[in-house]
Write a protein that binds this ligand. Structure first.
Ligand code: DGL
Length: 256
């Protein structure tokens, strides 16, 4: 297989990375994508870091024999735990990770109050602490761990009374002190954007890193001469649960 025709592997702990794949297919319509969601082991965000690293390396490793030119870790949690190990394991591949879009939020809301919704792992790891240190001087950054939220998305609940009640209990106390922007620092959360926007009100800007990640992937493929200039892209969806229901839910979230 020619290198340009090799796959872009997109990985997440479950269905969240589909919000990134959606952006990738728009920015890179000619590429061949493999998507793997590890829903059998989701959520990753409340596990010990070492376990997240092992699960990530194992899952990605199992797809490499397919012929992969780039790996997009469409998961803030897996990036925080495993990006260095992945770069070490695959020094000749493009490896793209994700981090909460705090830089974007701080640029747009200088001096403002910025909430960062993410998993426990993402918020406690060194990568985010460094990011927070960088922007805390100029903005008020409020990390908001959201255990339990990923499970709603995995279950296909994007707007139910239980989800509304849970989100309100999470957001109302912090929103009461005001907010200029909310960063969705977990790739599952863009699927909850309408609900979060409704609770936060129209004056609060909601940002995520999906589009930026897609653009960065394009730049890297271009720079390395690996962009597939075809009009016919391809998406193959896989999930560790392997049931028709989860694949159907995946296709639905992707908008297929
Ligand atoms: N989608 C993942 C992220 O971006 C986290 C989901 C999980 O906890 O498994 O952080």
């Amino acid at each position: 297989m020619r290198e340009k025709d090799e796959f872009v592997l997109v990985f997440d702990s479950g269905l969240g990375g589909l919000s990134v794949l959606r952006e990738l297919t728009q920015v890179l319509p000619g590429e061949r994508f493999l998507y793997f969601g590890d829903s059998a082991n989701a959520p990753y965000g409340t596990r010990p870091t070492q376990e997240v690293r092992r699960l990530t390396l194992e899952a990605i490793g199992s797809f490499m024999p397919r012929g992969v030119k780039a790996i997009v870790v469409a998961c803030n949690t897996a990036t925080a735990a495993a990006i260095e190990a992945l770069r070490e394991a695959y020094p000749n591949k493009i490896v793209i990770g994700m981090e909460p879009a705090l830089k974007l939020a701080a640029d747009r809301h200088r001096g403002g109050r910025i909430l960062v919704m993410a998993t426990n792992v993402t918020l406690r790891e060194a990568k985010f602490c460094a990011l927070m240190d960088r922007f805390s001087a100029e903005s008020r950054v409020v990390p908001l761990p959201c255990p339990g939220l990923v499970e709603f998305v995995e279950a296909g609940q994007l707007d139910t009374p239980e989800l509304r009640a849970y989100l309100a209990s999470l957001l109302e106390p912090v929103l009461a002190r005001g907010a200029d922007a909310i960063v969705l620092g977990c790739t599952h959360f863009p699927f909850l954007r309408p609900l979060i926007q409704e609770l936060a009100g129209p004056q609060v800007e909601i940002l995520d890193g999906g589009h930026g990640t897609a653009l960065q992937t394009r730049r890297r493929l271009e720079a390395e001469g690996l962009l597939r200039e075809s009009t016919q892209g391809l998406v193959e969806l896989y999930n560790s649960l392997g049931t028709p229901e989860i694949l159907q839910r995946s296709a639905g979230l992707l908008g297929l």
